[in-house]
Design a protein around this ligand. Sequence first.
Ligand code: FMN
Length: 362
Amino acid sequence: MKYKHLRPLLFTLPAECAHSLSIKALKSGFSPAPIKRDIDYAPLKTQLWHLNFPNPVGIAAGFDKNAEVIAPLLGLGFGFVECGTVTPKPQIGNPKPRIFRCPDQRAIINRMGFPGKGVKLFKDNLIHFLNQKPRPEGIIGLNIGMNKDQSDPAADYKLLIQQIGALADYITVNISSPNTAGLRDLQHAAQYTDLIKAVLDARSKYCSEHTPPPLLVKLAPDLNTEQQEALASASLEIGIDGLILTNTTLDRPDALPNKFAGEKGGLSGAPLKDKSTQIIHNFYALTEGKIPIIGVGGIENAKDAYDKIKAGASLVQLYSALVYYGPELVQDIHQGLLDLMHADGYAHISEAIGAAHNEEKT
Ligand SMILES: Cc1cc2nc3c(=O)[nH]c(=O)nc-3n(C[C@H](O)[C@H](O)[C@H](O)COP(=O)(O)O)c2cc1C
């Protein structure tokens, strides 16, 4: 069954119910996406850090908060799955409703506040996935965050590295969700440096028997020029492995209907697209392409993904567009990326990374 036939039914439900139902459906093996088998993946395979991504399109954090449906998500064609945000203790998050759709603008506002079942269950689910023989192809990122009642953020991030760091292909330190009080303050340069150094120490301590998982930091799109410059230079100095750009925005563009725009929380989907692409562009320039970037925000077709790659992203992720277009979108983006890169004369997708910067110079 095609997603366009399912969508009207799902949209009669509150957004969070539809999401829970999707998780249940994925768990039970149901997939509305027809599997295409005629895509030539060789030009899309991406080697980054020591990891082999089967393709550069991943599912962003927040969809699989408890690491419950990693294998089914890889089965839809995603090259990587970022699970979480996981917090040390279970917590219920903000009162419902807390996810709002705006189909006209293909946008979502959420103020979830990191609801989740906590790291213990997350770890059990992850181990269950990792023990599958053979392990399904694809890369697993673990996105970590702090509990709402934690006054010492570093303690939670260190604990999470201790608990699950060695199981990760890569780790994302989330300091950019707008729905946990004080979280975004960790993006201030001094706090940022202290926190990330502490997390890197924890990684050396607890992941030393393995090739340490790359450590990425996920940032907000709502950073001014000075903040972007400070974070870029701090990131280079500390030596993080990657940046995820970006999380949701607090902006409310004029085109949004008033009722929707009045909801508190982070805005994602199409209205975030250009802003996040600009931030990717800025950080790629500020870091001279030395820190790999995963680009995310408003991607709803291959052109959007390609624009982020040309702005400087080595990999891309999406979430909101899955709600509006369904899982068929994933393979449509793969095929579209191949078409776009071939039209530009590239033999491999990696050749397009940062191409917009060269176009600017010529
Ligand atoms: C309902 C919802 C929940 C989210 N939860 C998280 C989260 O737990 N951690 C995180 O880092 N980002 C979270 N995000 C942000 C996404 O990972 C992504 O950065 C953002 O939505 C922009 O991408 P998109 O426009 O493709 O959705 C969430 C987004 C949505 C819509």
